[in-house]
Each structure stands twice: as C-alpha cells, then as structure tokens.
Design a protein around this ligand. Structure first.
Ligand code: FEO
Length: 396
C-alpha cells in the first residue's frame, strides 16, 4: 500500500525507509536504517524532486502513482546523480514518457554516463525559474555537497528548500517526517553529525558556499534527501552546519582513540581518561578495533582535543589506528589539538608514524609532551603521563 506524508497540501513526501541496509555507501553502518526522500509537487504542472535507491523501488513507485492519482508527470527534477537518489530514475521515465527531466549540464551528462540513455531534458542554470503554476522553482548549484553535479532547488512560493544531501541524517524516519516530531537533539544529532562528517566532512568550504548562497532566501521548510524535513527551529541545524563546515569543535573535551592488542596501551588510555575526568574534563574513549571509524571521526569533529594511543606494530602504527588516521586526514579535519601516546616492547616507533600520517592536517597543534612506555605501564612512568595530562588540561 502507498505510504506518503504531506508537507503541504500540494507538496508530498513519496520516499521510503530502508532498515535492512548493511552498509551505506558500502562502508558506513546504519543500525537505525536510512530514509530515501523524494518529493512530489502537485500544481498545474506536476514535478517530482529526485528518485530513490533501488532497494525501495516498489514502495516509491506506488507512492508516486497514488499521489499523482492518474495525472501525468510533467517534470522530474534531478538534483544529485548518486545512485541512492537516481537508481529509479529510468523506472519513473518508463512509466511517464511525457516527463521532462530538469537538471544542470553536469547532471545531464551523468545521466547518460550512468544510464546509457538520452533523456528529454530542460537544462537549467543558477537562478533559472521553472513555472509549475502556483509554485515556482529556482535552482542553485552546490558543487561537492556531495558530488560535483549537485544542485538544490528552492520553491519561491512556499519557501521550501529541497536541499539534496545537505541537512540529511542517518536513521529511518519511522513514520515521523518532521524533525519537530522527534527529540532530534537527544535521539538523532549524533547520527546527523556522523552522516555530515563522513559524507561531506571533507568539503567544508563547499558547504559554507551553499550556506552563503541560501542565506538570503526566506526559507520556511528544508527537505533533504535523507532524514527529517525541517519546518521549525531551522537555525538550530544551520548552526550545527556552521560548526561542522568550519571544523569548529562543538565542545571542549578529549577524544581518546587507542589501539591495544594485550591491554597495556588500553591501560594507559584508561589512566589518562581517569585523570582528565578527575580534573573535570569531558572525555570519550574509543578502541579503534571496536568502534566503527565513522563514529570516531564524528567525535573528532565534535571535540577540541584528540589523543591517539597506539602500540608499535610491524615497526610502525597498529593497522586499525593507521587506517583511522588516514581516514581522518581524508576528511580534512583541522584546528584540533593532538597528543600522542605510544607503546612497544623494543623499537618504539608508533608516535613517529602517527605524526607522519597526521602531518597534512591543517591548523593542528601537536602537544610536544608525547608519552612513550615499554611493554607495561608501571609507577615510574606515571610522572610522564601526569605531565601529558597537565598539558592537555591547560590547553583545554
Ligand atoms: Fe545520499 Fe550523495 O547521496
């Protein structure tokens, strides 16, 4: 049966949830599922904004046909060609050969490249207006939020921003379409941050460009391609985007990420965490062999200070730590204070290796007081660990 919700009487959500996806983009776990959003505008002309992932094809097509109620589809606005939003594009066009695709030139080229079809298209540029009757859509390019072809659409009539990947979140909607129908800050913010940092975290400059381009618009509703529609308190979410896109920590506090095979490096991480907590500092811990790296990266965006503790392994950094650090560098994190802890039983070299991997991070302060210890942590090393703790506390 169709499963749709109204945003306005004539703008309808026709997307679907997927709670069986093992890995989003083949890398990120989504234990709480994911929504693929698509929106249908019913006016003198009908316009569908994006399609959905292959996994939810049947529900989506039923939603579209029910909402059209026997009408034709005049326009399919394609904002983003990543297949989680375009896999079912041809399915729609086969059912609606009367439909004109509305997209920019890069999207048009990607449709041909992905689908090996040439569609009937109206190519739009920034500021062009698509007249639907009462509703009037204009378009704004948003390159690298998250792919180079991305554009967003703004309905000048209702003040609705169709924001593509921007303002999305991991997590199925579970019947609640609007962010104000859930306790977003308590239940969804961590997943929203994890989505942002891992999907578009690398492209903070480009996200800021989009925020600047849309800042002059009278936005009343934000409709992203994943997650909730925002109709209240939009400034709250924009403020989060300002932090994340500027790589500004949301909180002063320490993320301790450690790699430990037999528990000795973990012991040092625990001692450090206890001393930070005793001093009243916020502190979160991750075993890099247990926590998914997307979660650690999200916390690294959230907090101001990062401690990486690794045993020496194969003459360098333990493999899971090495992968995490490369991932952090790939996401362009900057502006953090970093401390290093290393262990090893003969030739200690993990700290040198970690620093080399992290060297490309911009605006990063490395704390000089690196802590090194051999094999197990004993009383005589405590002074050096205390020194590192004191320096971290002072810098917070
Ligand atoms: Fe959800 Fe970049 O696609």
């Amino acid at each position: 049966m169709y499963c749709t919700r109204k945003i306005y009487d004539d703008i309808i959500w026709v997307g679907a949830d997927n709670r069986r996806l093992a890995l989003f983009e083949a890398v990120y776990s989504v234990p709480r599922g994911i929504s693929y959003n698509s929106y249908l505008i019913l006016d003198e002309k009908t316009a569908l904004i994006d399609t959905v992932d292959r996994a939810v094809t049947d529900q989506f097509l039923e939603n579209v046909e029910h909402t059209l109620g026997g009408r034709g589809l005049d326009y399919l606005v394609v904002q983003h060609m990543e297949p989680d939003h375009s896999a079912t594009l041809v399915d729609v066009l086969i059912r609606h050969p009367e439909c004109t695709v509305v997209c920019n030139k890069k999207i048009f080229d990607m449709i041909t490249a992905f689908k090996n079809v040439t569609v009937n298209a109206e190519i739009v540029k920034d500021g062009d207006i698509l007249e639907l009757g009462r509703h009037r859509l204009t378009f704004i390019s948003a390159p690298m939020v998250h792919w180079p072809e991305v554009m967003v659409s703004f309905d000048l009539t209702s003040g609705t921003l169709f924001s593509a990947d921007a303002f999305g979140t991991f997590g199925a909607l579970n019947g609640a379409l609007f962010a104000d129908e859930v306790d977003f800050d308590r239940d969804y913010l961590d997943e929203a941050r994890r989505y942002y940092c891992n999907i578009v975290g690398k492209y903070g400059v480009q996200v800021r460009n989009l925020l600047a381009k849309t800042s002059a618009l009278d936005i009343k509703t934000v409709c992203p391609l994943h997650g909730f529609v925002w109709r209240e308190n939009i400034g709250y979410y924009v403020n989060k985007y300002m932090h994340w896109s500027g790589y500004e920590p949301e909180e002063r506090g320490v993320v301790i990420a450690y790699a430990s095979v037999y528990g000795n490096t973990e012991n040092a991480a625990n001692v450090l965490a206890c001393r930070l907590r005793e001093a009243g500092m916020k502190c979160v811990m991750h075993d890099v062999s247990v926590s998914e790296h997307s979660v650690i990266i999200a916390d690294a965006f959230k907090y101001s200070h990062l401690v990486f503790a690794s045993l020496t392994y194969n003459g360098g950094v333990f493999v899971n730590m090495e992968n995490l650090l490369h991932d952090l560098v790939a996401h362009n994190l900057r502006g953090r204070t970093v401390a290093l802890v290393e262990s090893g039983s003969w030739a200690l070299s993990a700290a040198k290796g970690m620093k080399e991997i992290l060297a490309p991070l911009k605006d990063t302060t490395f704390i000089d007081e690196q802590f090194s210890f051999k094999s197990g942590l004993h009383g005589e090393e405590c002074e050096a660990l205390d020194t590192l703790t004191d320096v971290i506390i002072k810098s917070i």
